[in-house]
Ligand binder design. Structure first.
Ligand code: DC
Length: 226
């Protein structure tokens, strides 16, 4: 059996799930990287940003206010993680509303419980977000912090919009990236920051393929120790 497959088999026979925690700012490439890693190892993947987006979307859809924490908590507690639809939840409006509910401690508590439950799925899981290595799964055997300069991230987002046939102004996209960073890094509850034991992957001048290869070496090394 090839070595990589043998390592995966060991995880499958083991009792505990193997969790890979991936954090970083918006548009750093962590979504693509997470999906790629999950496919490579046959692990379950959860984009935790979608859980905040789905909470915000449910409130918007019902015409409910975005500043009522008790109400938002109720919605978060009722969320079904199996029904998260990236296409429906990807709009700018929902992203903006998500960053508001993500600042509410009661919402975070409710969603973290669901995210931790997901993290226990066997044989292993990949969770990506802002606080996975620091709060949700502090004991994850592999923690990656994926980042890139704001200019590079804004450029990627801008190109993505154009590729989809949309139109955008780079300066507006850049301001939006900076504003999201400030909100994610500046909030009191679970701000975005690398866990002390996270491996830093700066993708400013690194292709997603190179980042994937770097991540794979770290994951393979960690799998050998379990
Ligand atoms: O990554 P995203 O744009 O889909 O995230 C939506 C919002 O949720 C964004 O403001 C960051 C926030 N978020 C969070 O606070 N914690 C996470 N684990 C994931 C996302």
């Amino acid at each position: 059996m090839p070595e990589a497959n043998r390592e995966q088999a060991v995880v499958k026979e083991g009792k505990k799930s193997f969790t890979i925690a991936i954090d970083g700012p918006a548009a750093a490439g962590k979504g693509t990287l997470s999906r790629r890693i999950a496919a490579e190892y046959g692990f379950h993947h959860l984009d935790t940003g979608l859980t905040y987006r789905a909470t915000a979307h449910a409130l918007l859809k019902q015409g409910l206010p975005l500043d009522d924490e008790a109400l938002a908590e109720k919605v978060a507690l009722a969320l079904d993680l199996s029904g998260l639809d990236r296409e429906v939840l990807s709009s700018h409006e929902i992203g903006d509303a998500a960053s508001r509910v993500a600042a509410m401690p009661a919402v975070r508590r409710a969603l973290v419980v669901a995210q931790r439950r997901f993290a226990g799925k066997r044989p292993g899981t990949v969770l990506d977000g802002r606080d996975i290595g620091t709060v949700v799964c502090p004991d994850a055997p592999v923690k990656l912090y994926v980042t890139a300069s704001p200019e590079v991230r804004a450029r990627r987002r801008f190109d993505e919009i154009l590729q989809r046939g949309g139109s955008a102004d780079y300066a507006v996209v850049f301001d939006d990236v900076k504003r999201r960073d400030e909100r994610d890094m500046g909030r009191a509850d679970s701000p975005l920051k690398p866990a002390e034991d996270a491996h830093l992957l700066d993708t400013s001048e690194m292709s997603i393929e190179a980042a994937f290869q770097a991540a794979r070496s770290l994951i393979d090394a960690a799998l050998k120790t379990i």
